[in-house]
Design a protein around this ligand. Structure first.
Ligand SMILES: NC(=O)c1ccc[n+]([C@@H]2O[C@H](COP(=O)([O-])OP(=O)(O)OC[C@H]3O[C@@H](n4cnc5c(N)ncnc54)[C@H](OP(=O)(O)O)[C@@H]3O)[C@@H](O)[C@H]2O)c1
Length: 270
């Protein structure tokens, strides 16, 4: 685990935005992003940091592997753009790993205000040809992982007097006319989990929402899973999810809570 130090490398820095009077919307907030070593999670981490949040960049990849992206590279990109980030190794299927990552974040930054439960694996194969281990992996990462990380973070957000929980789901949940697969089933269960949690946590002033891309984001994970050619009009840049997550992250249960949001439609309301 390392605190990122400024470096000259990395991708284009996330813009540092300012609200009315120069205050950045997430200044003073701490965000824990599960599944932030690449793809949508990395984009969300960089956007939230650009809006002033201090960010825990959590995922398993501490060293470069088969798929590009590590927690240290993302934390270093944030630092080189002038933000604050900590790379925290975290496997969302392991209770002890989550506990250690959350404990480290709180020890380093003093608390947590925002969770983005983004870690996910993709398996779109038909039910008849789905091996049990693929089914189980989808449920372990996409559903149980969200349950475990959310359960660990709730007391810390409550201790701050409120905050925001965001789970990343998919429009596939609604596509029942296109059949069934382990991925869509796992995400549907997360939406039920979060809709119910919104009612449970309203008295604690914690907003609880689901957010998905409106269209396909061509991430490392999408490509590695063999995601086919997509017409340009069906593709959305990862930064759109970053901006939509920042909007939900900046508010509490006095604002939007108990909803399932799509990135582009949410941004269109602002
Ligand atoms: N791409 C899309 O169009 C799209 C559409 C709808 C919804 N989504 C959802 O958006 C989220 C991100 O997708 P993506 O396309 O950005 O995928 P990605 O590029 O494959 O990134 C997935 C992230 O999840 C992390 N992860 C996987 N297993 C983990 C585990 N056991 N513990 C901790 N972290 C884990 C990965 O980090 P490590 O491997 O380093 O652990 C990585 O940071 C997913 O929940 C996905 O279902 C994506």
């Amino acid at each position: 685990m390392t605190t990122a130090t400024p470096t000259g490398g990395g991708a284009e820095p996330a813009p540092q935005t300012a609200g009315p009077g120069g205050a950045r919307p997430l200044a003073g907030k701490v965000a824990f992003i599960a599944g932030a070593s690449r793809g949508i999670g990395a984009a969300i981490a960089e956007t939230l940091a650009g809006e002033g949040a201090t960010v825990a960049v959590a995922a398993r990849s501490a060293e470069p592997g088969r798929v590009a992206g590590t927690i240290h590279q993302v934390a270093e990109r944030i630092a080189s753009a002038g933000g604050h980030a900590l790379a925290v190794p975290c496997d969302v299927t392991e209770e002890e790993s989550i506990r250690a990552a959350v404990t480290t974040t709180v020890a380093e930054f003093g608390g947590i205000d925002i969770l983005v439960a983004n870690a996910g694996v993709l398996w779109l194969g038909p039910v008849e040809s789905t091996p049990l281990k693929r089914w189980q992996l989808c449920l372990d990462v996409n559903l149980t992982g969200v349950f475990l990380v959310t359960r660990e973070v709730i007391p810390h957000i409550r201790a701050r007097g409120g905050g925001s929980l965001i789970a990343v789901t998919t429009t596939g949940v609604e596509m029942t006319d296109r059949g069934a697969n382990a991925y869509w089933v796992s995400k549907a269960a997360v939406e039920r989990l979060y809709l119910g949690l919104a009612a449970d946590l309203r008295p604690d002033n914690i907003a609880v929402n689901c957010l998905s891309p409106s269209r396909v984001v061509l991430t490392e994970g999408w490509k590695a899973a063999g995601g086919g050619d997509i017409p340009a009009e069906m593709v959305e840049p990862p930064e759109t999810m970053g901006r939509a997550a920042a909007l939900l992250a900046a508010q509490d249960a006095t604002g939007i809570t108990g909803t399932i949001q799509r990135s582009e439609s949410l941004l269109a309301t602002r």
